[in-house]
Each structure stands twice: as structure tokens, then as C-alpha cells.
Design a protein around this ligand. Structure first.
Ligand SMILES: C[C@@H]1N[C@@H](c2nc3ccccc3[nH]2)[C@H](O)[C@@H]1O
Length: 449
């Protein structure tokens, strides 16, 4: 292996309580909220189809003009407890909020820049209200922090001169101060979700990314940090030059999920996929007709898909400039919440079952349990759900809501579950009870070829 100073600091999955808690949550609510929520993708009467949180660049708005949106930020409808109740009802176990996005506007009264909530008509500490309200609902809160900062004069995309080095050093000190401030002033925050770390300026300062992570973990032992923060000695990101995952979980799945057949490597570490409801809008956009809007069912399947591969699913909401959610978002929360009310136990505390993906849907398994959950999305014409078990296992029974389905052994380690349900109106959960096969005689003869 290549000797590294700023590479992975440990290998394997963390087994401490804080990480087990993060892992068991499985389902999180992402919230993107900032000045971009005021124009919502529309500027001077023109609608820009690009991501609404990028309107400043897509509409080529001068920084001074954009930053003056601060004097309009006054979300009258903002009610942190109502947001937290909606998330609780949806079945989310954690929430990740943008403390500062690329625009550089800070949702908390930071000491390190005036470009923050205390200098808006609203004045109140949004982060504190959110942390308190979500924690009161038993939901953990994590902080998203964009290192990329369009507002700060010392930000550099690359280091091309001694002046760049001096300025960027000041910038890194500023970012480090803000991170320490966040970790200190909001003591119940469990994780940091870093973004905006792909530019050369950061890749040339891998040392800072490790220092930032170590500082957060010294201020808050147990703190969790995503792989996206880190760059190693050679500017490699997420996985270091020895192909070791940096940070505590892989955060490379943005608006995409790992393939359940080809990407099984992710089952070896912690990871999280974050997802937009429209094709690509994180911040509030006034016009959702500009792209495909994912249905509640599509998003529910992604949650099940992520859980089935031992990962977390972070579903994004983009409140508008007044602090209200779109009807589509409310409906999604209500739909998923209804399903989670009945079936949360096959998501929370569950992960990769270790069996081969089948066409009808996904397997999940609670750690060490003899029960394997089948979440059926696609009932086959035959009604026969194929299950290939791994290792010394046999299936004893298959039950859904108290009703037993016939388990037919069709070959060594292979079964059909006779799924007699007629019309499927929602994803169905069938729980398989398994036992050691070695206790039963083996009546199959391997073919000789
Ligand atoms: C988690 C997501 N990452 C941000 C982002 N910044 C980008 C810069 C270039 C290309 C794609 C990007 N996505 C999005 O605005 C959102 O916060």
C-alpha cells in the first residue's frame, strides 16, 4: 500500500453505539433551505429549468444582487414543530439540514460572517429551532455543510498563485471556525454531511479535510462524517489511494442507487444515497412541470432498495421562501408514512440479507435474525416468487399479515413461495422463517457434468 498521511484512518465498519444508531435509522429527511427558496428558480420573469439552488449561476446573477435576497428572507409560515411532526409521521429517523449551501448564506447566527440569518428580517436561529423540534420528536439531526462558498471572497476553485494560497488558507480557517461553532453550539447533532469538496483547491489541501474531521470528532466524540469531505495526499476522494473508504460512510450515491446485482461491494461498508423528488431539484422550484416528478411509490421502492443493500436513504424536501412544503411533498410524506406505519420493522434496524436479488422485489433482514423479509413490488404472472437461499438455510414458513403462503422446495437451496394474493395495491411484505438446513436430510443430488 501507498503510505498516506491523509488517507483512511481506519478500515472496516464502525461498531460504536453512535454509528449503530445512524445505521439502524435507514430513512432520513434531507432539507434544502436557503435564499434560493425565495426566487424558486424564476428570475426577472424567466423560469430556469436547472436546479433551483443554482439559480445564481444559471441566471448569471451578480453576487451583490443575489446576497441582497437576505433582506427579504422572512419565512412567516416557518414552524419547526410542524416540519418535525411531518417527518415523524413519514417514518424518518433522522434529518439532514443545509446549514450553508453553495450560496454561502448561513441558517444560524454565525460569528464568522454577517451573511447569516441574524441579519434578515426573520432573525431567529433556524438551526436551533429545527434541532430542538426534531429531537423532541425523537429524530436525530445532522448538518449539511457546503465547503464551496460563492459568497466568501477568499474561496478559490484552484490554487494558481501565492495570493491564492494565502486567501484560501484564510478561507479554510473560516470554514474550520464555522464547523467548530456548529459542533459546539448544537451539541445533539450526530453527523456532518459535507458537500462542495470536488474542486482542485480542496483536493490540494487533503490535510485540512482530515483535520476538519478530527476536530469535529474531538469536539463531539462519536460524530459521524461522510466520505465526500475527504481528499487524501494525492487528491483522491471518497476512497483513498489504497482504495480504502475515508470518513464513516460512503456518500457517492446522489440521485442514483447502487445496482443490486453489480454493486454488492457496498454491502461491506456503510453508505447513504440522497434523492430528489423531481429529476434534479434540491432547493424549492416554483415550476415542477419542467421535469419528471417521482411518485411516492417510486421513492418508497428506493428506500426499500437502499435498505436491502445495507444503506441509508435520504429523501429531499425543499421548503419554499415562506417555510411551507409543496403538496407533492406532503403527499409523499403521507404515503410513505402510511406504509411505514405497518412495515417500518422491515426497514428500521434492517439491512442486507445476503441472498441473490430476485425480480419480484427485495430482501431485508434485521441483524442476526432468523427471519428474512421479502418486500414484493412486482408480482410475477405465475404468482410464484423464487427464493434462492445462501448457506446452511432452509425455509420453514412464509407469512404475510398472519396469513401463511405455501413454501415449495424446487431444488437445492431454491424455493417458490406461492403468492396467491390477487390484485396488489401496495408493496407486500412476506416474512420468511428460516432454520439450519443441516438439521434436515439432503434429498438432492448434484449433477455430474
Ligand atoms: C446534495 C446536492 N449536491 C449539490 C450539488 N452541487 C453540485 C455542483 C455541480 C454539479 C452537481 C452538484 N450538486 C446540490 O445542490 C445538492 O446540495
Amino acid at each position: 500500500p501507498v503510505p498516506l498521511r491523509y488517507g483512511a484512518q481506519y478500515t472496516g465498519m464502525r461498531t460504536d453505539e453512535a454509528m449503530q444508531q445512524w445505521r439502524s435509522h435507514r430513512f432520513g429527511q434531507f432539507i434544502h433551505w436557503g435564499l434560493y427558496a425565495i426566487p424558486g428558480g424564476v428570475w426577472n420573469g424567466k423560469t430556469y429549468n436547472y436546479a433551483a439552488e443554482f439559480l445564481k449561476s444559471s441566471a448569471r446573477i451578480p453576487t451583490a444582487t443575489w446576497d441582497s435576497l437576505m433582506y427579504q428572507f422572512n419565512p412567516r409560515e416557518f414552524d419547526a414543530r410542524a416540519w418535525a411532526k411531518m417527518a415523524k409521521q413519514m417514518g424518518a429517523r433522522y434529518m439532514t439540514i443545509t446549514t450553508k449551501h453553495h450560496e454561502g448564506f448561513c441558517l444560524w447566527p454565525t460569528k464568522f460572517t454577517d451573511f447569516n440569518i441574524s441579519n434578515t428580517p426573520f432573525r431567529r436561529d433556524i438551526l436551533k429551532e429545527l434541532v430542538d423540534a426534531y429531537n423532541a420528536e425523537g429524530i436525530d439531526v445532522n448538518f449539511y455543510y457546503s465547503v464551496l462558498d460563492w459568497h466568501h471572497p477568499d474561496w478559490r476553485y484552484d490554487i494558481k498563485s501565492p495570493e491564492d494560497s494565502v486567501a484560501f488558507r484564510r478561507f479554510l480557517d473560516f470554514a474550520g471556525n464555522q464547523l467548530k461553532e456548529l459542533a459546539t453550539n448544537y451539541p445533539t447533532v450526530k453527523a456532518f454531511w459535507f458537500d462542495g469538496t470536488w474542486d482542485s483547491s480542496i483536493k490540494k489541501n487533503g490535510w485540512w479535510t482530515l483535520e476538519a474531521e478530527q476536530m469535529l470528532k474531538s469536539v463531539r466524540p462519536g460524530m459521524i462524517v461522510n466520505s465526500r469531505l475527504r481528499a487524501d495526499d494525492f487528491g483522491k476522494r471518497h476512497f483513498d489511494s489504497n482504495n480504502q473508504l475515508m470518513g464513516d460512510y460512503e456518500s457517492g450515491y446522489e440521485r442514483r442507487l447502487p445496482n443490486p446485482v453489480k454493486d454488492l461491494q457496498v454491502t461491506k461498508w456503510d453508505w447513504e444515497a440522497c434523492m430528489t423528488v423531481p429529476e434534479n431539484q434540491w432547493g424549492y422550484h416554483r415550476d415542477w412541470t419542467v421535469s419528471h416528478v417521482k411518485s411516492p411509490l417510486e421513492l418508497l421502492e428506493m428506500l426499500v432498495h437502499a435498505t436491502s443493500m445495507g444503506g441509508n436513504f435520504l429523501l429531499n424536501f425543499g421548503p419554499d421562501g415562506n417555510g411551507g412544503f409543496r403538496n407533492e411533498e406532503r403527499h409523499i410524506a403521507q404515503f410513505i408514512g402510511k406504509w411505514m406505519e405497518k412495515n417500518g420493522p422491515v426497514i428500521w434496524d434492517c439491512g442486507y440479507a445476503g441472498w441473490e436479488k430476485q425480480d419480484w422485489g427485495y430482501f431485508t433482514r434485521k441483524n442476526g435474525s432468523a427471519h428474512v423479509n421479502m418486500i414484493v413490488f412486482n408480482k410475477p404472472v405465475s404468482g410464484l416468487l423464487k427464493v434462492k437461499v445462501k448457506g446452511d438455510v432452509k425455509i420453514l414458513s412464509a407469512k404475510a399479515g398472519g396469513k401463511a403462503y405455501r413454501v415449495e422446495e424446487i431444488a437445492k437451496n431454491e424455493y417458490f413461495i406461492h403468492f396467491t394474493d390477487r390484485k396488489m395495491t401496495e408493496p407486500r411484505v412476506i416474512v420468511l422463517e428460516t432454520a439450519k438446513a443441516s438439521e434436515a436430510a439432503d434429498k438432492y443430488q448434484d449433477a455430474r457434468t
